[in-house]
Design a protein around this ligand. Sequence first.
Ligand SMILES: O=C(O)CCC(=O)C(=O)O
Ligand SMILES: [Fe+2]
Length: 367
Amino acid sequence: MAAVDAVPSAQPTGSGPLPVIDVGPLTRGDADAADKARSAAALRQACVEWGFFYITNHGLEKQVPEMVAATRALFDLPEAEKAALAASLSPLHRGWTGLGGAHNCSSEAGPDTKESFLLGAEGSASPMHGANPWPPAPLLPGWQGRVRAYFAAALDLSRAVSRGLALALGLPESFFADRMRDPVAQLLLLRYPAPPGGARRGRGRGCGEHTDCGFLTILAQDDVPGLEVRRRRGTTGGGAAPAAPAACCGGGGEDSDGDLGEWVAAPPLPGALLVNLGDLAAFWSGGVVRSTLHRVFIDDAAGRARHSCVFFCNCDFDAEVRPGFGAEAAAKGASGGGGGVSAGGSGPAAPMTAGKYILEKLGIMYS
Ligand SMILES: O=C(O)CCC(=O)C(=O)O
Ligand SMILES: [Fe+2]
């Protein structure tokens, strides 16, 4: 097993807390319009100010602990069983990546210290759809069914949050959900081993700072803290709107406009999930909503491995993505109040699709 880095680093200094939003009115079919509007308004503020927030009343309360337990069980398998599911054997790089082989989020920080298992949308709807490697049922009875159910529930929740986000931005409620019919979603299961060496040796970097590439991420974590989010100083929205995707979801991302603030902790909050927006959302909104830098440091004091289940809900591969949301937004006069959706981006942009954007971000050639 590879050694775990213990990298000195500034502790998060921010007091937080990240916003906590009750999304019950967005997930329940029978919610009244005033309740929905309240959730949407809270979402708008959280997305403009932070791009990162907790959600409660999300409907996955029972499934999250089961998913975390399933993640732990998977990584507890013998190394040889995991090696048989290696991502290197999969054309879509799905499956297991061991310590030391982990994909590095940020280019300068050195390797991440994590084990990962990637699953994604199945079928053949796009070049990013395909088959998953599943652990054999005798090894982990019921695992595949549980994980498939979580994937479907997280996708439904992403659509619900996206409906609120659309309302928040003055768009038709189904604007994003209509573009998430069979999205290029991925579920990344992670284990960050506890750094060795006792409480005074520093803090072990689990995942280098980065922004997510896609549209919306739903993150479940166990009870071991470690996730940190970089606050931005400006709180009025209308941040820099990148004209085109830069390769790799690395340190620069959509946060390169010089108003970075302090790191704040995003600890586990019982019953809550975390949501963050990715570069695609920031690009699409013309810089109104934020794609926020985050990283993982495992504190020695915890002495336990940390597990997280990260659901990247991107959009349909062919969904057209125009900064400022294009003609549909203009027709509806979308601005949603202060901040303006059209800020910084409704010029004559080159045609872009969600799939092309994400593949370019990932540095994968596409034609
Ligand atoms: O493990 C976490 O809490 C964060 C992981 C993450 O940010 C990512 O994989 O993109
Ligand atoms: Fe991330």
